[in-house]
Design a protein around this ligand. Sequence first.
Ligand SMILES: Nc1ncnc2c1ncn2[C@@H]1O[C@H](COP(=O)(O)OP(=O)(O)OP(=O)(O)O)[C@@H](O)[C@H]1O
Length: 239
Amino acid sequence: MPILSLRNVSKNFGALKVTDDVTFDLDAGQALGIIGPNGAGKSTLFNLITGNIRPNAGQVFLDGVDVTQQSPMDRCRSGVGRSFQIPQPFGHLSVYENLLVAARFGAQLSAAEAEARCMEILRQTGLAASAGKPSGGLSLLSRKRLELARAMATNPRVILLDEIAGGLTEGECGELVDTIKGIHASGTAIIWIEHVLHALTRVVEKLLVLNFGRVLMIGTPAEVMASDQVREIYLGAEA
Ligand SMILES: Nc1ncnc2c1ncn2[C@@H]1O[C@H](COP(=O)(O)OP(=O)(O)OP(=O)(O)O)[C@@H](O)[C@H]1O
């Protein structure tokens, strides 16, 4: 059974149809990339999965359970973690304290469980040496790592990453990709919205192309990149 399923999900903002009849499945441990032009509805799709917005039609299932009416907090506790396009740590708290907040309140872990979980995540996300630093003063790469770590601290089975590679140098991007690959290899499913395609295709098994809120195509990165329609619509290239 898929870990996450969307069935005929649609969302309108006034007259604007931002999500149009979206259906797809994500298997446990799978990594799926989402690409599409600006305004295609990618972030809206994440908000529909996390419960920050409710669809006008269709259903969202977690492990076969219809969670369409569940709050974001309930979905987080059911195993959906997320990062944000703009990092949102508590700047006055240390890296470790930020993770503790996510583990205690996001996943409702006990103090001892949260401590163990955070130590593991600090290692997994390459933040062990920065654990005691105030998160407000971190470099961009470390802030990205912290976003990843905060999503992982809620003990998710699927994490949603929203343009986490943007703004990094090639070298930094490679380091972040290695960290994300490690998280994927440890069994966490990933859905990743990303404009930095070479980063995305190093991690994901499948790409979903969104255009005007509709699923244009789902396939392997090679299949998607070979599609004339995708090249024309997404890359703006002549077919
Ligand atoms: N709360 C809202 N109210 C009204 N319109 C909205 C709202 N949220 C998003 N939109 C509109 O929905 C469309 C899709 O936005 P969304 O942010 O999901 O696209 P996106 O694919 O993530 O874009 P980008 O790549 O630029 O981040 C845009 O036209 C946006 O202006």
